[in-house]
Write a protein that binds this ligand. Sequence first.
Ligand SMILES: [Zn+2]
Length: 481
Amino acid sequence: MNRKLKWAIIAFVAFFAIGGVTFLLDHKDDASSELESQIASEALSTTALESTQAVENLPSATVLSLRERMEQLTSVAFDGRYPGTEGGRLTEAYLVSEMRQIGLESPSFAENYLMDFELILPVHKHLSTLVLETGEAKLVFEYGEDFVPFVTRDFAVAEGAFSGKVSVIDDPFKLVDFDYYGHPEIVLYKESAFSGIGYESLFAQILEAPNRPKVILYESAQQNSGHFVLSPYSRRSGVNDNEGGLFIYKVSPEAFAMIAANPKAQLSGTVDAVMETIIANNVVGMIDGSGDEGVIITAHFDHLGNNLDGTYNPGALDNASGVATMLAVAEQLVTNPNPEFDYYFIAFNGEEEGLFGSGAFAAEGVLSPAQFHMINLDMVGASGDVKLEIASTSEQSLPYQDLVIAEALEAGLDVIKTDKGSSDHVPMEATGFKAVSLTELDKRYYHTPKDVTDDAVNLEKMEKVVTFVLGFLLERLSTLP
Ligand SMILES: [Zn+2]
């Protein structure tokens, strides 16, 4: 279904392109010979101009190394960098080797740059399915594009299967009145039916309702580049027992229309995820200065892994960009002889699954909030036209946040102050650190297989963040509030 639509778009673009070429040719036929000779006489100077521009446009050494690290971090081998997977472990090993090569030291509290911790996260054993069958036809929906299931929330089934006929709910006044609908097993909510109601409060009401259904599907048009936002779905604490939970699926408007138009068809689905306890590592390197104060520069390297369907989530902007930026800063800072300050560089793991790596590091208490400030990098150098958010979540960070913002404005960055708490600064601030988190929230490819370097990232823009952070670390540390 979605594929067909894509083909239609490609065919349209091709038609338009051919039309454009024809137009240019026609236009050229009209051109006078005078104009043509004028163009010919200008050819030389134009060539000269172009070659000058080519020299000016050569990527800098920083951009080249940013590109190389982005390529490695987003590679097929790293497979979306999910904690506990082979791709996750290869990424840890790569970061150790990069930190060593740059010339960072392994801190005394780490073991060969590694600090391990335990985390519980959802692991999908098989691809979730959703299939619509009539007597004659069978329609297999595409995971990610047509639907995504909720798993491992405390109200959602993580493992199981269902099959039955669907009832459509589009009356906002009877959202949880399942008696009205004749005790349906599977319900399909039209997006307009629950506008203004939070999904989670709706699910909570459904769980309380007598005669409630087993399966909830709800229409959602909130997609990035034709793909639902993926997540490990584990941020809530409780894990369901698979007994009293609901099967919950989010479906695209196209899939919704197809299911709603076939009320006599059989809809079936499976989800197959388990919660696993695994050991993962943060990767930590340092530059040991003459004093005992300094800055912790951090960026999470984990992402969402693969999708069990031959695709994976490269996480270029989220957050290979932050890791590459952090390593570029480290690389240039390490050549600064006899620094006065200590610099720690931490590639956090387990961020997407619930800030586990930074939580574990903060709980270790190996660095003192009285001696260290923190700069977190989570999505920087976005290709889209978005502002650089500089976020802090605690009172103690405010003067520091204002200073970083003032410096960023002075460096010509387009910044905005926020109090968003969706990254690794949160557990660190909770244990008393003064911290800022830098984010360019370009949502176009966010948490989809399409978050690739060529589309989602602008390396020249990322280089500006490197320059800014480096300048700040070299010039402003003695005046930190
Ligand atoms: Zn993310």
